[in-house]
Structure formats: structure tokens, C-alpha cells
Write a protein that binds this ligand. Structure first.
Ligand SMILES: NC(=O)c1ccc[n+]([C@@H]2O[C@H](COP(=O)([O-])OP(=O)(O)OC[C@H]3O[C@@H](n4cnc5c(N)ncnc54)[C@H](O)[C@@H]3O)[C@@H](O)[C@H]2O)c1
Length: 252
């Protein structure tokens, strides 16, 4: 292969990409990054984007809504090559500590976040069967390692008690689906961000940064490169994997 053969290796030109949870902190940046890489990006969110071109309303916790939303993209774009799930449904009491969280709430969060992710993955794969595709799921450092509780000291923040079960579940689901759908050319991978700066209290930021080898929290745009890479053909032989985008947090 010559250098010319590698031109556009990281491009998403000609790909139709659906970003679910497109209105969120990370989803917004993923949309912009995939567009910059050449993809036709469809924004999908539970929040109605009426009036915005290439957008659909979709609730990942409702399979009928998931299928209808993806079918609307097929109607408009003809195909789906890439799906990124940045949707993050959670209960009103999300963030309650391990000791206080009602079991029903814990179960509800597992059910909506993991069940919703599964519904989305299966519906996306059904629509990629003829030509293959790439699905990118958002996990977290806390799907990989236990929380460092000292970062919450002196704040009223804590790590939601169901978070690790959900996020390590996303990693397992990604591997399971990668092996199940591999022969159909459908890849499943995960990206695991570290903490993203989002107006957290100064004391939290300082404590978090002290434990991070690169010495800072993530900015939402830091997450985009790994997602675009996994969407592009540069990662065509990568499936069932996880890329930590965490400033070195999990390297310690
Ligand atoms: N922000 C962080 O620090 C961080 C760190 C590690 C991992 N992550 C992961 O990244 C992902 C995105 O996080 P974020 O911070 O951008 O979240 P966010 O809350 O900013 O955005 C989530 C988006 O999902 C949409 N949404 C909620 N429920 C939905 C549903 N039922 N169906 C469809 N869309 C729905 C919301 O409207 C919103 O636009 C999550 O999986 C999160 O766990 C975030």
C-alpha cells in the first residue's frame, strides 16, 4: 500500500451516523466531530429537535420508539453505518449514595440504561445486517475501576450506586455483541471517558486533577477523537474493545 492508499483513512465520508443523546455534554461534541470527519450525522434524543434537519426524537427506554427513530433515519438517509450511544437516562434520585438508594431505583436505572442500550444496539444491528457498520457505546472509567472516593470529600457529590454495574455492563454487552454480530461485519466498541469538566465544585476538580496523570479533567471535546476513530474504517479490524479516554486515570 502506498501513502495515497491511506488518504482518508480516518474519514467518515459517505457514512450515515446516528448520535443518540445528541443534545448532551458529550453527544453535542460527537455530532460536530463526526460531521467534521465527513459523516452525514443524524441527531437523536428524547428531547424533541423539531425543526432541526437530520434529527429524530427517540427514547432508548422504549423499543417501539427506538425502532421508529432508526427507521426514520433509514427513510431519510437510506442507511445507517454508524451508531453512537451517548444517551444517559436516569431517575430523579440518581446520585443517591450506596447506603440510601432505594433498591427499586437502583433496579430502574439498570433497566433503563442497560436495557435501553441493548434495545438500541439490537435495532441498529438489524438495520446494518446487509452492509455492516460500527456501534460505539459510552462506558466510563468506573466501568473499569472502582471509584476513588476521596475525590468527593468536602463536596455533596457522590458516585451513583448503580453506575459501575451499568458501565461495566456496557463493556460486557459490547464484547458480547461484537462476537455475536462479527460475521455480519458489525463492530461494537466502547469509549470510557474519565470525569468531564462540567462546572463541578473547585474542591472536587482539584482532588480529581491530583489523581489524574495528565493533571486535568476531560473537556467534552477530548472524547471525540476515539469515537470518530471507532466510527471510521481506520478501526476496521477492531471490535469488542474499549478505549479509555481518561488522562491516564486507569493507568495508575
Ligand atoms: N460527563 C461525564 O463526566 C462522563 C464521564 C464518563 C462517562 N460518561 C458517559 O457518557 C455518556 C454521556 O454523558 P453526558 O455527560 O454527555 O450526559 P448528558 O446528561 O449531558 O446527556 C445525555 C443526553 O441523553 C439524552 N437522553 C436522556 N434520556 C434519554 C432517553 N431515554 N432516550 C434518548 N436520549 C436520552 C438527554 O436528553 C441528553 O441530551 C453517558 O453514558 C455517561 O455515563 C460521562
Amino acid at each position: 500500500m502506498s501513502a495515497e492508499d491511506y488518504a482518508g483513512l480516518f474519514s467518515c465520508d459517505g457514512k450515515v451516523a446516528v448520535v443518540v443523546g445528541s443534545g448532551g455534554l458529550i453527544g453535542r461534541e460527537v455530532c460536530a466531530g463526526l460531521r467534521a470527519a465527513g459523516a452525514e450525522v443524524w441527531e437523536a434524543d428524547i428531547d424533541d429537535k423539531a425543526g432541526i434537519a437530520h434529527s429524530v426524537q427517540l427514547d432508548i427506554t422504549d423499543e417501539t420508539s427506538v425502532k421508529a427513530g432508526l427507521d426514520a433515519v433509514i427513510d431519510g438517509a437510506g442507511r445507517i453505518d454508524v451508531l453512537v450511544n451517548c444517551a444517559y437516562p436516569r431517575t430523579a434520585d440518581w446520585g443517591t449514595s450506596v447506603t440510601d438508594v432505594p433498591l427499586a431505583s437502583w433496579i430502574q436505572n439498570l433497566s433503563t440504561q442497560l436495557g435501553g442500550t441493548f434495545a438500541l444496539c439490537r435495532a441498529a444491528a438489524d438495520r446494518m445486517m446487509e452492509h455492516g457498520g460500527s456501534v460505539v457505546l459510552l462506558s466510563s472509567i468506573y466501568g473499569m475501576v472502582g471509584p476513588s472516593w476521596e475525590v468527593y470529600e468536602g463536596t455533596d457529590m457522590t458516585m451513583p450506586s448503580a453506575y459501575a454495574a451499568i458501565k461495566s455492563g456496557v463493556l460486557g454487552m459490547s464484547r458480547f455483541l461484537a462476537t455475536h454480530y462479527g460475521r455480519s461485519g458489525i463492530r461494537f466498541n466502547a469509549v470510557s471517558p474519565g470525569g468531564v469538566a462540567d462546572a463541578q465544585p473547585d474542591v472536587f476538580v482539584a482532588q480529581y486533577e491530583a489523581l489524574t496523570p495528565l493533571g486535568r479533567m476531560a473537556q467534552p471535546q477530548d472524547i471525540v477523537g476515539a469515537v470518530v476513530f471507532l466510527a471510521s474504517d481506520a478501526s476496521s479490524y477492531i471490535t469488542g474493545q474499549n478505549i479509555a479516554v481518561d488522562g491516564g486515570w486507569t493507568a495508575r
